[in-house]
Design a protein around this ligand. Structure first.
Ligand SMILES: *Cc1c(COP(=O)(O)O)cnc(C)c1O
Ligand code: SF4
Length: 361
């Protein structure tokens, strides 16, 4: 058994497993773990500095999960936009293909909390074959995003089978893998896995760091292995109360991501997912956090802040109001709050003068 498999196998899956180390009363949390699965391994647990901190909040069941009267199970209407089970075709040229029902950790904020880790998420060799057949018969699909669950929890051979089948479809240009493994189980990024992945370029990986404390030496090493294999790495962060809803924490996260060769891609406004209401912040807070990034740190480290529209409308960017007015002159506000102007009107008049000038040359 490989070290990552051992770590996974010895994960804590009931709140009682936290008692000895953290001294919390597990009894009230049992009902939460009955409703939404719990899984956290010793590596991720070791990042917790104190009960209730940002790492804890992401990993440990919270009673609030049961008292959410605002949110719904599938606010993005993924099921409605699935022509076949476990494949979401929302946009014209790309699909989200769910190939694993399992994750290394069951994040408390998960957008697919309704099904990941549960019995009602049936990923089988048949469902995967059906997804591949769908992609083959839809040549407009040029970008396939493998997700789940976590695709990197599949064994190397199972995952390679999927990648090989996808690469055999000439209309598939790029493949992306969405995974939280580099964050919650970086030991899974083995030399063998990376040797396999690099055969299926152009392959992109988007990972999911939410807090600077998640960027450890072990996580950095995992990302370095992937980057050294020529895999461009992006990051999607969810904006969450008590985790990263602080401009300085978010700035530090973006800077540390760049330092491990991961390019910040998206910051998501939290979805209205049942059982996650306690993580939500206002959009005003998100805009302030974005204002704290642009200009204040490397532009490379400024992702797009998006709301994934309820009802399945897709990701919509939200920007601080840098644009003050748009006309013959564009009035802008910079990161220091200073007003700047740009001459917008184009000078296409006076062709005669241009002709005269040309003749002289
Ligand atoms: C997020 C998402 C995508 C990918 O969107 P990009 O903006 O291209 O990264 C594709 N399909 C679905 C259903 C998604 O939720
Ligand atoms: S790894 Fe992703 S899919 Fe799995 S529980 Fe966490 S957020 Fe959800």
């Amino acid at each position: 058994m490989e070290p990552w498999q051992k770590l996974l196998q010895t994960s804590i899956t009931r709140p009682g497993g936290l008692t000895r180390r953290f001294g919390v009363d597990p009894q009230p949390l049992e009902a939460v773990a009955d409703r939404y699965p719990m899984r956290v391994n010793q590596y991720y647990l070791s990042l917790i500095r104190q009960v209730g901190d940002p790492i804890w909040r992401q990993a440990v069941p919270d009673l609030e999960e049961l008292y959410d009267s605002v949110c719904t199970a599938d606010p993005l209407e993924e099921e409605n936009q699935s022509p076949i089970p476990n494949l979401v075709h929302r946009y014209p040229d790309r699909v989200l293909f769910l190939v694993s029902a399992e994750c290394a950790m069951y994040c408390r904020f998960c957008t697919r909390k309704r099904k990941v880790g549960g019995e009602n998420m049936a990923i089988t060799s048949e469902s995967i074959a059906a997804g591949i057949a769908y992609i083959r018969s839809h040549p407009e699909v040029r970008d396939v995003i493998l997700s789940g669950g976590d695709p990197l929890l599949l064994g190397d051979e199972r995952l390679e089978g999927i990648l090989r089948d996808l690469r055999a479809i000439p209309t598939v240009e790029i493949i992306r893998i969405g995974t939280r493994v580099p964050v919650v189980l970086p030991q899974r990024i083995t030399p063998n896995l990376v040797r396999m992945l690099r055969k299926y370029h152009p392959l992109y990986i988007n990972t999911h760091f939410n807090h600077p404390d998640e960027i450890t030496d072990t996580a950095a090493k995992a990302c370095a292995r992937l980057a050294d294999a020529g895999i461009p790495l992006g990051n999607q962060t969810v904006l969450m109360r008590g985790v990263n809803n602080d401009p300085l924490v978010m700035k530090r996260l973006m800077q540390k991501l760049l330092a491990i060769r991961v390019k910040p891609y998206y910051i998501y406004q939290a979805d209205l997912v049942q059982g996650t209401d306690h993580f939500r912040t206002t959009v005003e807070e998100g805009i302030e956090i974005m204002r704290g990034l642009r200009g204040h740190t490397s532009g490379m480290g400024v992702p797009a802040y998006v709301i994934d529209a309820p009802g399945g409308g897709g990701k919509i960017p939200v920007l601080p109001d840098y644009l003050q007015s748009l006309g013959d002159e564009v009035v802008l506000k910079n990161y220091r709050g200073e007003t700047c102007r740009y001459q917008n009107q184009l000078r296409l008049e006076e062709p005669d003068q241009l002709a005269v000038a040309n003749e002289k040359i």
